[in-house]
Design a protein around this ligand. Sequence first.
Ligand SMILES: Nc1nc2c(c(=O)[nH]1)N[C@H]1C(S)=C(S)[C@@H](COP(=O)(O)O)O[C@H]1N2
Ligand SMILES: [Mo]
Length: 397
Amino acid sequence: MTTPAHPSRRDLLGGLAAGLAATGLGRTSRADDPPTPTGSRPPAALIVRESDPTNLESPPEALASGVTPTEAFYVRNHFAVPNVADPASWMVEVAGAVREPLTLGLDDLRRLPTISRPALLECAGNGRVFLVPKARGLLWGKGAVGVAEWGGVPLAAILDRAGVEPGAAEVILEGADSGALTDPMQTPGVIPYARSLPLAKARADVLLAWEMNGRPLTPEHGFPVRAIVPGWYGMASVKWLRRVVVAREPFRGYFQTLEYSTFVRRDGLKSLQPLTQNAVNSQVLAPGRGEAVAGGAEYRVRGRAWAGEAEVVAVEFSADGGRSWANAELVGEAVPFTWRLWECSWHAPRQGGECRLLARARDDRGRVQPLERDPDLRSYAIHHAIPTVVTVRPAGA
Ligand SMILES: Nc1nc2c(c(=O)[nH]1)N[C@H]1C(S)=C(S)[C@@H](COP(=O)(O)O)O[C@H]1N2
Ligand SMILES: [Mo]
């Protein structure tokens, strides 16, 4: 049923098909399972950041490959996972400023022209544990990010069928999950998870997906159908999608005002704006935090970088906390809306000691990762270069 969205998708997925066959969360591998990707061990269980609602982080070893296996993909929930006992009766309602309101079952969606494309999801709070002073909210490490292959139908096809009325500005996506929150502020009673997109973005890249890595979505990742908004922070990719509301006015829901918003300067004043696209970002993956490496040896430093709707064009690496920089090599080809792996040779100093490893990426829009944290970003979009401190053992010791 699937058509490649981009030719170099194959490079990204090369050798990883077996990993994609992996199924649901927390499953242990059996003897008859296909081998796991390119020589890597099966990823360890996800790291529990919160158990009610379920919030799970990918372990570091799950993140070095092009595509993240489903069972190792981070999970970010604000409310309990809806129990979908009867997917055959699941309906997605298309309402608001449309000529013909629609109610689409899963079979109706499957009859539309389907596509499959890889896309990265990164939680806006990814890396929050590194913020100083300590931030409120879930303290994610580096693993609230992943790349999966998503299969479904372009939202544009559904909007075309419903016929968007002139004057429409946004598309609001609503999930079937709901609840009341008191943190960071009281919600107006029980509310569903909902988020909006400008009409142009909704038409351009967004998928309503029912497949993740070649299998039906798992309950945690939005079964039976979710939105995927490539290039935007994860909060836009609404799971358990129930309603698509075309609106003439900007939506000011909880999850784009009180949460998932940042300060931007407008007319010389700071104004709160919903968080949208991913910032340019990179991480050092190997050596890992706290790892000991041999002094005098040449080390192949590895990492990954991404830039949302833009393309990473360069990554620089520093082993001295940012005093000097070397150009890293980008691995493979760029695939839109995914991360790019990179590598850099590093001669670990013979005398040993602590080294602060940093990476900073640049994208084709000229954005460069900053070295300092911008407080206007509140506790979101943590994309400044964060040092990985490693211990170098003196040569010959
Ligand atoms: N319905 C619904 N959709 C949601 C959320 C949610 O709590 N409810 N969380 C969002 C956030 S903040 C993120 S980062 C992504 C995470 O997707 P994943 O759990 O599949 O990794 O889902 C988004 N979609
Ligand atoms: Mo998120």
